[in-house]
Ligand binder design. Structure first.
Ligand code: SF4
Length: 437
């Protein structure tokens, strides 16, 4: 979501005549887009802003602007702590950035709006001219909704992005058609919980019911679009209709990121996740039946308040049952304003670190076992980097594949068949396969 927001900011600023600076030292506007999901990201923001203090003293005309979820959450605390920051802009004021920059009296623009609707996303026709070293991307993010109503106990998103709002279906289809007309081959549909798309506000002109599965089916009908991905999915809202899309739509990539967070029912309840481990594992099985080649990845939080050794053992057991292709795993950290912040029985840092190591060690082995199964198999890869010194692409299952040097010239977005020769836990290596393979 932050990557997409940064693209939108680049588009808006380009329309105002700004151009990307080759180096931060040459910029006269520095925009920092921030993430508040973990305490570490927030600490990194302050440390980066601190490092800009001397730069600003030497170049007082340079403007420094902070956007995103930390901006939304901390507001004028940022300008009080970092007086050299010129402007702090909240998640829903992002679209006003160019006008806010015009008046130096603007310091903090942070407000969650009750009736916030995602403005018409800047049309692809007005996308920035990338520096010539960057070819236009064959893969794009498209925001389909913003905000979240779920209030998981550890999460700041409902407080920093506001309540769930879905974009009109026609706007989304129109934006994707424009991208495809410009050569985009792969679209990732984005939202905090795409599975509940269309459930909180009408998304069709006549107000008729329209779900995420309907949207995926309509996107799959767009001629020229080769791959569809989406993120992120809440397990409690993953519908049978959406699972059926995996069975029926070849352009829907066989990869699903389905955050489970914990394998313990007790911790899932404390987290307010509203599903049980048994229901989660049943979804995994149904998905594998619908699309046998599907790769399922997840998010895990270790050391949530009150997590005992037994709870953690449940998470490890769930890993053995689900056998995720990969996972993003983190130590729990308190986030201001969330319900978990005031929960008792915080887990010691050393125990959290130990559990994280245990989980990641086992996950790495499972990932490697999965990846080794691709060796000697032919996989279809979409080329992402066509530079000869860093040729790489991505499979439908979202595996990165480094491509062995070849005389063949590729362009980004091209679909290439590769024979996999090596597998590591995080990436594969392959060579161009003969056409008849
Ligand atoms: S569903 Fe995701 S974004 Fe929403 S509160 Fe839970 S973790 Fe945060």
């Amino acid at each position: 979501m932050n990557v997409r927001d940064s693209e939108i900011v680049a588009q808006l600023l380009t329309q105002q005549g700004y151009r990307p600076a080759p180096e931060i030292s040459e910029a006269n506007l520095i925009v920092l887009n921030t993430c508040a999901i973990r305490a570490k990201a927030e600490q990194k923001m302050f440390s980066f802003l601190g490092s800009l203090r001397t730069h600003k003293e030497k170049h007082p005309d340079v403007k420094i602007c902070v956007l995103g979820c930390v901006a939304q959450q901390l507001g004028d605390t940022i300008t009080k702590r970092m007086a050299h920051v010129d402007l702090v802009v909240g998640t829903q004021q992002l679209y006003q950035l160019p006008s806010l920059l015009e008046d130096p009296r603007n310091r903090v623009a942070v407000e969650l709006l009750e009736d916030f609707a995602i403005p018409e996303i800047v049309s692809p026709e007005t996308e920035p001219d990338h520096p010539s070293t960057q070819p236009p991307s064959a893969s794009r993010f498209v925001t389909i909704m913003q905000g979240c109503n779920n209030f998981c106990a550890y999460c700041v998103v409902p407080y920093t992005r506001g309540r769930e709002q879905s974009r009109a279906k026609e706007d989304i289809i129109d934006e994707i058609e424009q991208h495809v007309a410009r050569g985009v081959k792969e679209i990732t549909l984005l939202g905090q919980n795409v599975n509940s798309y269309g459930s909180t506000n009408p998304v069709t002109a006549d107000g008729s019911p329209y779900s995420f599965a309907h949207l995926v089916r309509d996107v799959a009908k767009i001629p020229g679009l080769r791959r569809i991905r989406f993120t992120t999915s809440h397990p409690k809202d993953l519908s049978p209709e959406l699972i059926q899309c995996f069975a029926e739509l070849p352009t829907l990539c066989p990869h699903l990121h389905l955050p489970v967070q914990s394998g313990s029912n007790r911790i899932l309840t404390l987290m307010n996740r509203r599903y049980r481990r048994e229901a989660y594992l049943a979804l995994v099985e149904t998905l594998k039946i619908a699309r046998p080649d599907i790769a399922i990845t997840t998010d895990i939080i270790v050391g949530f308040p009150g997590e005992t050794e037994t709870d953690f053992a449940d998470t490890m057991a769930l890993l053995e049952s689900a056998r995720f292709h990969g996972s993003f795993s983190f130590k729990y950290s308190d986030r201001a304003g969330t319900s978990a912040q005031s929960m008792p029985d915080k887990v010691e840092e050393t125990i959290k670190a130990e559990r994280l190591r245990t989980f990641q060690h086992r996950q790495e082995k499972i990932s490697l076992e999965h990846n080794q199964k691709y060796i000697d198999h032919i996989v279809e890869v979409m080329v992402e980097s066509s530079r000869q010194d860093s040729l790489m692409g991505r499979t439908g299952t979202n595996h990165i594949v480094h491509i062995a040097p070849t005389d063949t010239q590729f362009s980004p977005g091209e679909l290439v068949n590769l024979r996999i020769t090596h597998a590591g836990p995080h990436a594969l290596r392959g060579a161009v396969a003969p056409a008849h393979s």
